[in-house]
Design a protein around this ligand. Structure first.
Ligand code: SAM
Length: 352
């Protein structure tokens, strides 16, 4: 797989726009805590360093209402803080970043009119430099950095101990070599991510992240049952001759769900950021019915699955998924997931 694929485009039935309320609720569940951390720990005048333009960037913004409400909420806090610090006449710009394949047209068509900020798209991978040195005052990223830059190579070699036959992701019963392959790729990606941000974020500037994750010491992500469900359907499709077993063996979802300990170590290794806040939490989201859960999985993973298996096969897979929604409900129940909470880590960092 070349790069992790963007979410489903447009604003139709299967789009990320229409199927991302879980991520919306996850981010808004920590909004107040982020606001408090920003109000208490940051000095806008210092981070501006004489500039009259405040720049905020959303890394992995995707398409749909989530990025718009996240940016508005952060700007509201910044404006509040500006008033408190007696700063007037600032201009605000929001830079919306995502991969080049992201549906920026739908995103920009849906931006509110009028609005209190200038806007621009910055297409490209957040694992490389995106912005000029010290030009960003606040970087934000929600439900994005768990996407690896690529599938770890070891997982795709039949002669490797990390050959992940029959599986499309990892869990606590995966071979050590599989877990290691995922962990090593995540570390390399995070080194690149923090390295690039350290150059782009102005001294005193802030980075806010909401990352789907696990408690310390836990391997299996609670939402990972979705991958098990997809594995069952893929296995049926192999038995029926729709796809080859080797296609399944070769396919791996390029996601890693870290714990606080992992993220803390990576931030400390980079050395350019002070950790203001880093907390794991289960954030309550609205009740997710099995069919809505399947729509969410489709909006997020259809692109990367279709890249590998082909669009026709993956359309068929999701038709089957809907037909098996009771089985999905049973899998969720047996994993103790009622579809009402999302496991995530909230991070607020200050550029030293
Ligand atoms: C689940 S969506 C999250 C969207 C939005 N931030 C939210 O909270 O709803 C993840 C987004 O991260 C983007 N993404 C993944 N890897 C990326 C990369 N290397 N560079 C930029 N964006 C990336 C995907 O294209 C996708 O739009």
């Amino acid at each position: 797989m070349r790069e992790s694929s963007p979410m489903n485009a447009g604003d139709g039935t299967y789009s990320y726009t229409k199927n991302s309320t879980v991520q919306r609720d996850g981010a808004s569940g920590v909004k107040d805590a982020i606001k408090e951390a920003l109000m208490e720990n940051f000095d806008i005048e210092k981070m501006l360093g004489g500039s009259t333009i405040f720049t905020i960037a959303d890394l992995g913004c995707s398409v749909g209402p989530n990025t718009v409400s996240a940016m508005e909420s952060l700007l509201e806090t910044v404006e509040h803080k500006c008033r408190q610090q007696g700063l007037e006449d600032l201009e605000f710009q929001v830079l919306f970043n995502d991969q080049i394949g992201n549906d920026f047209n739908t995103l920009f068509a849906a931006l509110p009119q009028p609005r209190s900020y200038f806007s621009a798209a910055v297409p490209g991978s957040f694992y490389s430099r995106l912005f000029p040195c010290s030009s960003v005052h606040m970087a934000y990223s929600s439900f994005a950095i768990h996407w690896l830059s690529k599938v770890p190579e070891e997982l795709q070699r039949k002669d490797s101990p990390a050959w992940n036959a029959g599986r499309i992701h990892y869990s606590d019963d995966s071979p050590e070599a599989v877990l290691e392959a995922y962990t090593n790729q995540f570390q390399r990606d995070m080194e690149a991510f923090f390295g690039a941000r350290a150059q782009e974020i102005a001294p005193g500037g802030v980075m806010v992240m909401v990352v789907p994750g696990v408690p310390d010491g836990v391997v299996t992500y609670s939402g990972g049952v979705a991958f098990r469900f997809l594995e069952f359907i893929l296995s049926d499709m192999v038995k029926e001759g729709v796809i080859e077993q080797e296609q399944v063996d070769l396919f791996n979802i390029p996601n890693v769900y870290p714990c606080v300990k992992d993220l803390r170590r990576l931030v400390e290794r980079n050395g350019c950021f002070e950790i203001v806040k880093m907390e794991f939490g289960e954030v309550v989201v609205g009740k997710v019915e099995p069919e809505n859960g399947i729509m969410l999985i489709r909006a997020v993973f259809e692109g990367c699955m279709a890249n590998h298996f082909g669009a026709v096969v993956i359309n068929q897979l999701f038709v089957r998924a809907m037909q098996h929604k009771l089985q999905f409900a049973a899998i969720l129940n047996s994993a103790g997931i009622q579809g009402t909470a999302i496991s995530q880590i909230m991070v607020v960092l200050k550029r030293i």
